[in-house]
Design a protein around this ligand. Sequence first.
Ligand SMILES: Cc1cc2nc3c(=O)[nH]c(=O)nc-3n(C[C@H](O)[C@H](O)[C@H](O)COP(=O)(O)O)c2cc1C
Length: 194
Amino acid sequence: MAEVVPDGESRNLRVLAERIRSRRTTKLFLRQKVSKQLVLDAIELARWAPNHHLTEPWHFYMLGEKTTAASVELIRTIVTETKTAELADFKAKSAAAIPGWLVITCKKSQDELLQQEDYASCCCAIQNLTLYLSEAGIAAKWTTGLITRDQRFFDLLEINADQEFIVALLWYGYPKVLPTQSRKEVAEITTEKP
Ligand SMILES: Cc1cc2nc3c(=O)[nH]c(=O)nc-3n(C[C@H](O)[C@H](O)[C@H](O)COP(=O)(O)O)c2cc1C
């Protein structure tokens, strides 16, 4: 059993708090690849997220080189269709520089409450996963860009859009830089009731 110490004084608690606080989104990565085993270990941890009715609604698609290259070209196509060819070229080049691609989907449900709860579970799973990666020195960017809702992406990954939807396209890698972030004060976001 872990030591029970009030007021967050235990070393473990302080380390954990710092881990959670220091996870940062970044999109600028070094070229260095992340080991496949490390990502599998992160997925192993992700699945321990709470999930109501034990639906385990998530699925993880690890994209290899061929699928990543096709995804980059799909981003180029989508941005050309919706914006400009110049921006498409920039987005495609940026995407091509990203060393790690992981897609997380959630099971679709006809039941509105179950769908909400399943989505919440998938988000918890992603947080587990990114915290684990962060502890290993790997940063990520959770994206929900147009590609995550484009049928061509589903076709590429052979995902049945009637059964699953994409919660995140997670880009990951060893960060070039980590941005800083701030949050509102606890008092601002907390209301105590008698
Ligand atoms: C559901 C969800 C979708 C997101 N989609 C995007 C996105 O499409 N593009 C992006 O730049 N960041 C996206 N983010 C990342 C947030 O912008 C980021 O978490 C936020 O800026 C706070 O930074 P932090 O993660 O370093 O605390 C997303 C985050 C979540 C939880």
